[in-house]
Design a protein around this ligand. Structure first.
Ligand code: GDP
Length: 445
């Protein structure tokens, strides 16, 4: 997960401030030194990090912090606001033409995720009721045309293609004409990429731009490449002029430097982020404020709720929440929720969206929701009797052995799962005791 290590370091920078009734200038400077180090280690551009600290310091030294009742919270709030600014301030969406047709031109280096993103965008717009058309303008890599055709089949979106000897500028132009004739309202151009930026590529892209006047030229960038992504963005913007960026592979272990520097360095917003290889759900709107909350482990319940609304069964969620509140959450409920939760994406990404859940990361890291582990958990639970699922306390050693045999796993697997479930119940109990209000946790102001 990107930002994971940055998030950990930022939280530890604020640890010493916690619980202090009054903060001194040197307390704040000490914390900010750690924040600065954390940003640089996350591969944030040097100047961006320096300015960031200067802004936070200026605000923190004001009356705001010294006069507040919980100065540590106020400092975190200032950092959150400043991080939000760094990530672009307010959300910047892909703009669609309100009258005619929208042409979206995707550009970027080879391997950044352009073609995949074209497929994801097509599906996203289709789900919103649009009639997209994909156009294969990368004629240099024959596999790219094939790849787009496969994506077209998977998403049931038509793909416009021509033989590889046709000039990509013509392909783009014909694609737009064809879209018009077939009453398509969005054309997504997948253009050629190179391993490095070269003048021939830029000239071709400028020609396509001059020919079809795209509403949106979006630069697809691999977030894993860190500051190289920022350099690429600068070059594309200077040579072609871009409207925004799409940062892919945000589900990987990128340190976050690209996301945090791009807006400041290029002045162009991040419009979307790629969060998995999957076509469906693999692309999200980018909300700077929510991302800042995620980095600081203040959670991002809005995104989680939106994703859940799209993918999950609301009744079952409500039912589970009620059971957690009453302390009646059983292994059967656990299994049901596990199946639901799998629809949301990777487990680590879900944890990242829950306020305060960062600290359970290590405890829960062994759960591989996408693989074997879940199948084992399922088999273990299904091998139990209904009474056992309701009350795990009745499971003694010999019953566990029998369950392991029935599920085709080792007894250690059964024990480990029981331990995880017990930990979870303990956490739920604590949460009930504290009368935690998650909606408040995400909002410090
Ligand atoms: P292109 O050369 O720019 O068209 O790049 P591709 O679309 O072929 O993508 C290159 C690789 O990155 C492929 O293996 C994609 O599956 C992968 N990819 C693209 N976007 C994402 C993403 O958001 N997350 C992950 N994990 N992989 C991605």
């Amino acid at each position: 997960m990107p930002f994971e290590s940055l998030g950990d370091k930022l939280q530890s920078a604020f640890k010493d401030l916690r619980g202090k009734g009054k903060l001194s200038e040197s307390d704040i400077d000490g914390a900010l030194r750690e924040v600065r180090r954390a940003l640089l280690e996350a591969d944030v551009n040097f100047k961006v990090a320096k300015d960031f600290i200067a802004h936070v310091r200026e605000k923190a030294m004001g009356e705001e912090v010294f006069g507040s009742l919980k100065p540590d919270q106020t400092v975190i709030k200032i950092v959150r606001d400043e991080l939000t600014e760094l990530l672009g301030g307010t959300q910047s969406k892909i703009t669609l033409s309100s009258t005619g047709m929208t042409v979206i031109m995707l550009v970027g280096l080879q391997g950044a995720g352009k073609t995949t993103t074209a497929g994801k965008l097509a599906l996203m717009f289709k789900k919103k009721g649009h009639r997209p058309l994909l156009a294969a303008c990368d004629v240099y890599r024959p596999a790219a045309i094939k790849q787009l055709e496969v994506l077209g089949q998977q998403t049931d979106v038509p793909v416009y293609r021509m033989p590889p000897n046709v000039d990509p500028v013509h392909i783009a132009s014909y694609a737009v004409d064809t879209a018009r004739s077939y009453n398509r309202d969005i054309v997504i151009l997948d253009t050629a990429g190179r391993l490095t930026i070269d003048e021939k590529l830029m000239a071709e892209l400028r020609n396509i731009k001059a020919e079809v006047h795209p509403q949106e030229i979006l630069l697809v960038l691999d977030s894993m490449t860190g500051q190289d992504a920022v350099t690429t963005a600068k070059a594309f913007d200077e040579n072609l002029g871009i409207d925004g960026t799409i940062l892919t592979k945000m589900d990987g272990d990128a340190r976050g430097g690209a996301a945090l520097s791009i807006k400041t360095v290029t002045g162009k917003p991040i419009k979307m982020i790629g969060v998995s290889e999957k076509l469906d759900g693999g692309l999200e709107d980018f909300h700077p404020d929510r991302m800042a909350g995620r980095i600081l482990d203040l959670g991002d319940l809005e995104t989680l709720i939106e994703t859940a609304q799209r993918n999950m069964d609301a009744e079952s969620l409500k039912d589970a929440a009620g059971k957690i509140r009453k302390g009646e959450f059983t292994l059967d409920d656990f299994l049901r929720q596990l199946k639901q939760v799998r629809k949301l994406g990777s487990f680590q990404s879900i944890l990242g969206m829950l306020p305060g859940m960062g600290k359970f990361k290590d405890q829960l890291k062994d759960i591989d929701l996408d693989g074997k582990e879940v199948k084992h958990i399922e088999a273990i639970i299904l091998s139990m009797t209904p009474a056992e699922r309701t009350n795990v306390k009745i499971l003694n050693g010999s019953r566990r052995k029998r369950i392991a045999n029935g599920a085709g796993v080792k007894i250690q697997d059964v024990n480990r799962m029981m331990k995880q479930f017990a930990e979870m119940q303990k956490t739920m109990k604590k949460m009930r005791g504290k009368k935690m209000n998650p909606s408040k946790l995400g909002n410090l102001s």
